[in-house]
Design a binder for this molecule. Sequence first.
Ligand SMILES: C[S@@+](CC[C@H](N)C(=O)[O-])C[C@H]1O[C@@H](n2cnc3c(N)ncnc32)[C@H](O)[C@@H]1O
Length: 503
Amino acid sequence: MSDVQEAVDQLLDVNLQEDQRSMQGSESDPRSESEGLRVTIGATVPTGFEQTAADEVREKLGSSCKISKDRGKIYFSISVESLAQVHCLRSVDNLFVVVQEFNDYQFKETKEEVLKDFEELAGKLSWSEPLNVWKINTSFKKKKTKRKKISQNSSKEKADNGQGDRLDEKDVKKESTENVLDSHILDYYENPAIKEEISTLVGDDLASCKDENDESWKGEVNPGVVKFRVTCNRAGEKHCFTSNEAARDFGGSVQDHFKWKADMTNFDVEVLLNIHDSEVIVGIALTEESLHRRNITHFGPTTLRSTLAYGMLRLCAPQPTDIIVDPMCGTGAIPIEGATEWSNCFHLAGDNNPLAVNRAANNISSLLTKNQMKESKLSYGLPIDAIQWDICNLPLRTGSVDVIVTDMPFGKRMGSKKKNWNLYPACLREMSRVCRPGTGRAVLLTQDKKCFAKALSGMGHVWRKVHTVWVNIGGLHAAVYLLRRTPQAFVQSSEQDGERTPW
Ligand SMILES: C[S@@+](CC[C@H](N)C(=O)[O-])C[C@H]1O[C@@H](n2cnc3c(N)ncnc32)[C@H](O)[C@@H]1O
């Protein structure tokens, strides 16, 4: 038997004959083999929103979740038939199927002994069902999108203070034709939330790192050679080994067990080794890229993940016919997520920066086009509109808004801490004017907690803080505040009367 054949044979470890045939193109259906099979799915979620994700899973899949002590992860059991629905969840970033879970893994005393155990681990695990799930999953999995480099316009905007002080009309026009995505900008929101080491490694001697532009990679499983990589996430004080060493030695054991070929970039199977204190979970990745990459085609300097936007919207429990406003919308991540998930509400997106409004408008338009193509029928539009405005002077009637959901300038990448001292109280005041007394809610994200707390302390008559969710955004410790509008009617002070533009 050739090495290639052997590798193929061992891939699924399920039904030798049938799997060989299907790997080589003939149609054996792993679904029929897996009917009624229940598996445990793990999902990474925005930290702080684990409970929101668990609620969504219970609602949509009827499964209860285990929220991991490893913050930012949830686990739930499903029948394989529900796998497609799992990919439709709005609150989860990455998905994996659990191969085995060790709740209290006994690490040996010395590093050599621990690593020796990792070298032998793959052979002791039951891979067949998770690999079958992985195989079924390939038809649901979204392929990784190619990233483009950011245009010069956006870096120009970064030089601007983001508050719309200095803008060039030409930039707005040029931007409207471009579809920009900058991985560095996204990293701002994507860095791992927890203090944890992550290594994707299979050892220098095992891995062959190929050029990312290698055209031979088409994202399909090559029946000849199965390529894999191991990614280790490790968090915990008491480990005598690094994630790098664990990934290398466990990677070696996976390779020995399956005779797969290690490849860091162009892999078919990504094996995960998640270690948190004494909890060890081995899994197989079911997503190539995070599910938060949806909706947005025109990115800005602080584009919010759609999964986080979903969590924020859920916090204020939108009701049919609610008017939901994001008065500082940037690229529109929050209202666009809102319009897709809560289409029985109307969503308004506004920003004082014309570049941001332009991006939001382009994102709305891209989504309309996508919907049109998907449904192959004329689109009837989305319940959303975008407008340029100043949050301190909104063109909206007093008490006309049900919900405000926004991501405020942190004063780091966007705006400045100094400006926040004026901006935050003015925001809260104007939001209290437009928001309906008694039933109105606001969900506000900020990292400038000190400034927010001070601004809120002077507004106790109109806003009541109900709940705080602590989130980690690209390493920044931020807060999402759920506020309730008190029943007290808004009273315009005489000095503000003079400042307001009459609408
Ligand atoms: C943190 S960003 C929002 C990012 C947005 N969530 C996204 O996904 O792109 C804050 C936004 O507030 C806007 N902003 C700052 N001051 C404003 C004001 N006075 N009125 C309206 N928008 C303002 C900025 O232009 C910026 O787009």
